[in-house]
Design a protein around this ligand. Structure first.
Ligand code: ZN
Length: 488
C-alpha cells in the first residue's frame, strides 16, 4: 500500500485528517485512483461545500492494489482489499466486508492522521453509505453528492433535513413543539419579527427503487385543495435519453428530457397552481426500453409537496425560518431552510448557513486556535514571541477572504515574573501562584500583532477568530497562551 498527501495544511495533531482509500483499483489503475481522489477533493474542498474550512484539513489518499477491478454486486464482494459490494444491482447502498483491513490501512497515514476514513469504490455509478467509513464511488456525476452529505453527518453534528428519513437531531433540527422564537438557529432568522411555520404539506413520499421494465408504477394521493403550488422531486437512474421514462400527473404527461448519462440523477418539477380537492395520481412508466445489457431504467425516489402562496411559504432557499420536515414515522420537526442545504437537497453543493456555522464550531472545538508559540532571541536585547495561529484570515494559504469576512483579534498581556522566593512558595520554578502576583496588564501597542518584541516576564496572548459564517460560537473560536519569557 502507498500513502499520498493530497493536501497538507499543518500537523495532523492540530488538523482534521480525511483519508481516502480506494477499493477495486488494480495496480495498473493507480493513476486513475489518484486522479479520482484529486477530482473528488477539489469538488469538495475547492470552491464550495468545505472550501471555507479547507485550512483546517489534511487530505490523504491510500492506494491499496486490488486483484479484481471494480466492486461486487448481488451481495458478493470481489477480490478487493476492502471488499466493497452492492446488495443487488440497484444504485443505492455500498457495503464494506473488510472493515478491519480498512482500519489497518488508515493508520498508515500516521498516529494522529485517521480522523475520517473514507472508502472510494472504483465504480462509475451512484452508491454509498455513512458511518465509520464514508463510502462513495468515483462517479463523475454523483461521487461527491454522496460524499459531501455523508461527511456532513460525520463532520458536523447534523441530522437529516429531507423528509422520510430517520435521524433528526443536531444543529439543523428542532422538535415541532418548541416555541419558534427559541429555535436554536433563531440568530439566523431572515425576518425575526415575522417568524412562522412555513406552510406546506408532503403528499407523496416514496422510496420506490423500481425497475420500470416491470410495468407502470402508480402513486395515489389526495389533496384538500387549499394550497397554491406544488413541487415534485424525482430521482432516477438509467434515464439517459429523452423519453426513457414517462411521468404523468393525473394523466397529463410532463415533458421528460434525457440526462445524457446512466447515473442516478435528481429532478425538480414545479407548478404554480395547487391540486383540486380530491384524489390524484402520479404515474411513472417506461418510454424507450433500456438497450440489452445496459443498466435498468429505475425510479429511485418520489416526493410531492404542496406549498402555500408567499408569504405563508417562502420558496427562496436563502430564507431562514421554521420549515416543517416529516420523518419516516410521520413525526414533524423543523429545519432552517426550504431547499437551501445539501443535508436536504442532495444535488446542492452547499450547506445552509446554520449547518455551515455548525461545521465551523464542530471542527474548531477539536482544534487549538494557536498552532505554535515560539520565543526567540534575535540578538542581545529583547526577546521575540511569535504566534502562529491556524492558517485562517490573513494566514490562509490561498489568500485572505477580507477582514469583513473573517479576521483574527490578538491581545497581549504581561506581568512581572514572580521572584524566585515567591515561586518556591507556590511549589517550585515554573508554577505561578494565583493571587500572589500582580494583575495582568494589557499591552495595547501589540494589539492584533502576531510577532511581539517583549521584555522578560510573564506573558499572555489571547487570539480570537471571527467569521461572518459564525454568529454563535460557544467559546470555540478563542485560543490563549501563557508563559514565562527569559531575557536575552
Ligand atoms: Zn442545513
Amino acid at each position: 500500500m502507498e500513502v499520498f498527501e493530497i493536501i497538507k495544511n499543518g500537523p495532523s495533531e492540530n488538523r482534521i485528517d480525511v483519508v481516502f482509500m480506494g477499493d477495486g483499483y488494480t495496480p495498473s489503475e493507480k493513476p486513475k485512483f489518484l486522479s479520482d481522489i484529486r477530482r473528488l477533493t477539489s469538488d469538495m474542498w475547492g470552491a464550495q461545500t468545505f472550501a471555507s474550512v479547507l485550512p483546517l484539513f489534511n487530505i490523504w489518499a491510500v492506494f491499496a492494489p486490488s486483484n479484481d477491478s471494480g466492486i461486487g454486486v448481488g451481495g458478493k464482494p470481489k477480490d478487493t482489499p476492502f471488499g466493497l459490494y452492492r446488495d443487488g444491482t440497484e444504485l443505492r447502498g455500498i457495503y464494506c466486508s473488510k472493515p478491519n483491513e480498512a482500519r489497518k490501512a488508515c493508520t498508515l497515514t500516521g498516529p494522529a492522521a485517521c480522523d475520517y476514513p473514507s472508502l472510494i469504490a472504483n465504480d462509475d455509478y451512484y452508491g454509498g453509505l455513512g458511518g465509520e467509513f464514508v463510502i462513495s464511488t468515483r462517479s463523475n456525476i454523483s461521487g461527491t453528492v454522496v460524499l459531501r452529505h455523508e461527511m456532513g453527518h460525520n463532520l458536523v453534528e447534523v441530522g437529516e433535513e429531507y423528509d422520510g428519513g430517520q435521524v433528526y437531531s443536531g444543529v439543523n433540527s428542532e422538535p415541532a413543539d418548541r416555541p419558534l422564537s427559541e429555535l436554536k438557529w433563531a440568530h439566523w432568522f431572515t425576518d425575526p419579527d415575522n417568524i412562522a411555520e412555513q406552510k406546506s404539506v408532503v403528499r407523496v413520499q416514496d422510496y420506490a427503487w423500481y425497475d420500470l421494465s416491470h410495468g407502470a408504477y402508480t402513486l395515489n394521493f389526495s389533496s384538500d385543495g387549499t394550497y397554491a403550488r406544488w413541487g415534485l422531486k424525482i430521482s432516477a437512474s438509467g434515464v439517459d435519453v429523452d423519453d426513457a421514462m414517462r411521468v404523468s400527473v393525473d394523466g397529463v404527461g410532463l415533458e421528460w428530457r434525457g440526462v445524457g448519462h446512466l447515473d442516478r440523477s435528481f429532478f425538480d418539477v414545479r407548478a404554480d397552481s395547487g391540486f383540486e380537492k380530491g384524489d390524484h395520481t402520479l404515474t411513472f412508466a417506461l418510454g424507450i426500453p433500456a438497450p440489452p445489457g445496459a443498466p435498468i431504467r429505475q425510479l429511485c425516489s418520489v416526493q410531492l409537496i404542496e406549498y402555500a402562496a408567499e408569504p405563508a411559504f417562502h420558496m427562496d432557499n436563502s430564507y431562514i425560518s421554521a420549515y416543517p420536515t416529516i420523518s419516516q414515522s410521520g413525526t414533524k420537526t423543523y429545519r432552517p431552510t426550504n431547499e437551501g442545504c445539501l443535508m436536504r437537497n442532495m444535488g446542492l453543493p452547499i450547506f445552509c448557513s446554520v449547518c455551515k456555522e455548525g461545521l465551523w464550531t464542530s471542527l474548531l472545538s477539536r482544534l487549538h486556535l494557536i498552532d505554535t508559540i515560539t520565543t526567540t532571541c534575535p540578538g542581545p536585547g529583547a526577546p521575540l514571541i511569535t504566534v502562529t495561529p491556524l492558517p485562517l484570515a490573513q494566514f490562509r494559504p490561498g489568500g485572505d477572504r477580507g477582514r469583513d469576512v473573517e479576521r483574527f483579534a490578538v491581545r497581549w498581556y504581561t506581568r512581572p515574573a514572580p521572584s524566585r522566593l515567591a515561586r518556591q512558595a507556590v511549589g517550585g520554578a515554573g508554577q505561578i501562584g494565583n493571587g500572589t502576583t500582580e494583575a495582568w496588564r494589557r499591552v495595547r501597542e501589540l494589539d492584533d500583532l502576531f510577532v511581539g518584541t517583549v521584555h522578560p516576564g510573564m506573558w499572555r496572548v489571547e487570539v480570537e477568530f471571527r467569521s461572518v459564517e459564525v454568529r454563535s460560537e460557544g467559546g470555540v473560536m478563542e485560543g490563549r497562551w501563557e508563559g514565562r519569557v527569559e531575557g536575552c
